[in-house]
Design a protein around this ligand. Structure first.
Ligand SMILES: [Zn+2]
Length: 320
């Protein structure tokens, strides 16, 4: 079996994997990219008013022969893991004789999404694969798994071919309403896998899960409670009891977990001081100490400017 990852090794989204034997050819996902070649956001307007040939020449479409509408069909089937555009968005270019296997939920969601999205795929040759039900396509035997993801009724695929077993996880999460599926998979994974294909788009992200704000005094308690609940917290106003607006402004900060630093970071938004610690509260206290030190220095030395906007504010998103 030959395996080609057409897109998805260096970027998030636009996933497309090709599996080939001497007799059969299978594609897993055919997504629209999320990022362009420069790493910026992908603008789907670039696809408009272009012929299939132009799209292939510009390498916007993966270079797969026997897949597209203007070619002689040599692809046996496409498996779609779930109904997110970065996994199915290019289906409209596919030869209409190629069956496209997906869950019932994905089929319905793609149909409904087409009403709202400018990136329509139009009518597609969709075939439903039930979870745990084997499907044979040429040399391939496919066993679909139900996984928990923000796209309803998502699938992972176990594929057996020429004595090898490949597992394509698709997108999944461990914290959704169906996280039991994730736990079951971890506790009882499919055996004898030769190749595991998995995306890791949310591994190591520093962005906080939630923002929280506390106005007077109880900041530490709020943060502690959220921390106990395993949230990564951002945006807490600290201070034992800020007596003035100026005090509040001094200690207003964002708190987040940093994988890179292996600790909690507290970043004051208006004085640009950083505090670190093993708990959010320790990070807050550390930051507060730094802020106080800067203001103490500024009282003695007029060349020191204690107020400074945190330059990374935008990357934390909106504060509420
Ligand atoms: Zn997804």
């Amino acid at each position: 079996m030959h395996l080609t990852i057409h897109r998805g090794t260096k970027e998030i989204g636009g996933s497309c994997v090709e599996l080939k034997t001497s007799n059969s050819r299978l594609l897993i996902d055919l997504g629209m990219p999320l990022v362009n070649k420069k790493g910026g956001p992908f603008d789907s307007k670039i696809l408009e008013n272009k012929s299939l040939n132009e799209l292939k020449e510009l390498k916007l479409l993966p270079g797969i022969t026997g897949l597209y509408k203007d070619e002689v069909k040599t692809t046996d089937a496409i498996l779609i893991s779930h109904s997110h555009l970065d996994h199915y968005g290019f289906l409209k270019y596919v030869h209409s004789d190629i069956p496209i296997y997906m869950s019932e939920g994905a089929k319905q969601l793609i149909k409904i999404s087409d009403i709202f999205t400018p990136n329509k795929v139009g009518p597609i040759n969709a075939k439903v694969v039930d979870k745990d039900k084997r499907v044979k396509i040429g040399d391939f035997v496919i066993i679909p798994y139900l996984v928990d993801h923000s796209a309803f009724d998502a699938r992972a695929f176990l594929i057996e071919v020429e004595g090898k077993r490949l597992f394509y996880s698709g997108d999944f999460r461990g914290h959704g309403r169906k996280s039991i599926l994730f736990k079951d998979m971890v506790n009882n994974p499919p055996k004898g896998i030769d190749c595991l294909l998995m995306e890791g788009s949310m591994l190591g992200r520093d962005k906080p899960d939630i923002s929280a704000i506390d106005v007077i005094g109880i900041g530490s308690g709020v943060v502690d409670r959220l921390n106990e609940l395993d949230y990564k917290v951002a945006g807490v106003n600290v201070g034992e009891s800020p007596t003035s607006d100026e005090d509040k402004k001094k200690y207003e900060c964002r708190i987040f977990w940093s994988n890179q630093d292996g600790g909690w970071i507290s970043h004051s938004l208006n004085t640009d001081q950083i505090g670190v610690g093993s708990t959010p509260v320790k990070a807050l206290k550390d930051m507060q100490k730094g802020v106080d030190a800067v203001f103490a220095l500024a009282a003695e030395d007029e060349t020191i400017q204690p107020w400074r906007k945190a330059p990374v504010l935008e990357q934390y998103g909106e504060i509420f």
